[in-house]
Design a protein around this ligand. Structure first.
Ligand code: ATP
Ligand code: MG
Length: 188
């Protein structure tokens, strides 16, 4: 235990760089967007400013949307459309993605925003609604101390390369498969 403590203390001492990081939450299990909300909550506790861009899920409102709308330090932009297999209108969905991205880009250029959450961004790349190079360059050029959290399944190789912290959430069981519908406070 003494050796372990010395080892851990040394690792903590080595970690002395202070900078904005990119956290990528991916995988098929439940918990990506709600983990991002946990970090929003932490940031707000320190009076940090948060910008949220919600890709895809703009049509369905959730408990956190109602909560965050009351937070003075939070700005949110919603892409008010869903998956193209629902809308059957790719041109409209792409236009909405581009509109939402413009606002997200403004967050990524704004030094006063401490944390930017790009919820469900991975799909914008995998379904080619947005240009991946533009996203990567905005992430690379953002203010040095700004943190970014990106969520969504099947993250691309370049998002994996650019992120500092990545967790892949594994689906072991989901209540939905036992025909339990989405529950308030848990799923939405
Ligand atoms: P959450 O917002 O609950 O953290 P998530 O962001 O990890 O979930 P999404 O793919 O964005 O997952 O889906 C959001 C919604 O779909 C939530 O209602 C969530 O419970 C549900 N969901 C997530 N993963 C699964 C799954 N493997 N099977 C069925 N439903 C799922
Ligand atoms: Mg999600």
């Amino acid at each position: 235990m003494q050796r372990k403590k010395a080892h851990i203390d040394a690792r903590i001492e080595d970690a002395n760089i202070d900078k904005g990081i990119i956290v990528l939450l991916t995988g098929n299990g439940k918990g990506k967007s709600s983990s991002a909300l946990g970090m929003i909550c932490r940031a707000l506790g320190y009076d940090m400013k948060v910008g949220i861009a919600k890709f895809l899920k703009g049509v369905q409102t959730t408990g956190e949307d109602a909560f965050l709308a009351k937070q003075p330090n939070v700005q949110t932009v919603f892409m008010k459309t869903g998956f193209t297999w629902d809308t059957q209108d790719k041109a409209y969905d792409t236009a909405m993605a581009v509109e939402t991205w413009k606002k997200a880009l403004a967050y990524l250029e704004d030094e006063s925003i401490d944390l930017v959450v790009l919820d469900e961004l991975t799909y914008m790349i995998s379904y080619k609604y947005l240009d991946e190079q533009q996203i990567l360059s905005a992430l690379n050029n953002r203010p040095i101390n700004q943190h970014v959290v990106i969520t969504g399944r099947a993250a691309s190789k370049s998002l994996i390369d650019i992120a500092d912290t990545i967790s892949e959430i594994k689906d072991i069981k989901h209540a939905f498969r036992a025909n339990i519908k989405a529950q308030k406070g848990i799923d939405l």
